[in-house]
Design a protein around this ligand. Structure first.
Ligand code: PGA
Length: 256
């Protein structure tokens, strides 16, 4: 079954009003070049969502957010609900990024509740998983990923409303990436785990992204591996040209 890949830019805590120019540049690149055979999404900080929505609506670039609270509303100072993100124009939200798991002590159960909240608000949940350097050195990678998949992905998740992002914590922002053999083994493992956990057919067609130091120079290698259905891109998504060069992997390798 052909799975349409998706390349998602995660701006993290970067971006002021002036950064909206990068979104305009990206749109100009996407509109001028060969249309990549991939879905495209940018996840700016929450403060820019509405203005980014103004630029992106009715274009080929979708808008996502970076986190949500599990409740629809309530006394949770500083938090933002999935419904609010949808109201601001987002169609997706990242949940369980390792920076939130580490900085805010987010557990698998909380991540699953956030993913369910995203679904309730009709947002696509982009659920992140990944092992730490210590866990990798201990040979515990697959065990950790299995636990995260079982704990963070709601059982009723579908290929239409959920994307999985495998992001080894040690590869994020470090310039290091796993070998092609490691990515192939791990994505195959994630695919099989999803297929056995979710409703018939959903795990087979759910998109599994690789994330962690994806750059224009390594995108072609990483994105062509089996069961890699796109990328979650941090640093290299901040510059429209770099992000577009990553996307161009799919323009050059258009699959019929
Ligand atoms: P990076 O971040 O591309 O800067 O390594 C990826 C991510 O954390 O989503």
């Amino acid at each position: 079954m052909a799975i349409t890949p998706i390349v998602i830019g995660n701006w993290k805590m970067h971006g002021l009003t002036t950064s909206l120019d990068e979104i305009s540049r990206l749109l100009a690149l996407v509109q001028s070049g060969h249309a990549p055979a991939a879905d495209i999404m940018i996840c700016p900080p929450a403060t820019l969502l509405e203005r980014a929505h103004g630029l992106l609506q009715h274009t080929a670039v979708a808008l996502g957010a970076q986190d949500c609270h599990p409740a629809p509303s309530g006394a949770h100072t500083g938090d933002i609900s999935a419904e609010m993100l949808a109201d601001a124009g987002a169609s997706a939200v990242i949940v369980g990024h390792s920076e939130r798991r580490i900085d805010h002590g987010e557990t698998d159960a909380l991540v699953a509740a956030k993913a369910a909240a995203a679904h309730r608000a009709r947002l696509t949940a982009i659920i992140c998983i990944g092992e730490s350097e210590q866990e990798r050195n201990d040979g515990a990678t697959l065990q950790i990923l299995k636990r995260q998949l079982q704990g963070s992905v709601p059982q009723e998740a579908t290929a239409a409303n959920t994307v999985i992002a495998y992001e080894p914590v040690w590869a994020i922002g470090s310039g290091r990436t796993p070998t092609s053999a490691e990515v192939t083994e791990i994505h195959g493992f994630v695919r099989r785990t999803l297929a056995s956990r979710l409703r018939e057919g959903e795990g087979d067609s759910m998109r599994i992204l690789y994330g962690g130091s994806v750059k224009p120079a390594n995108a072609a290698t990483l994105l062509r591996l089996p069961d890699v259905n796109g990328a979650l891109v941090g640093g290299a998504s901040l510059k429209a040209q770099d992000f577009y060069d990553i996307l161009a992997t799919y323009a050059e390798n258009r699959v019929a």
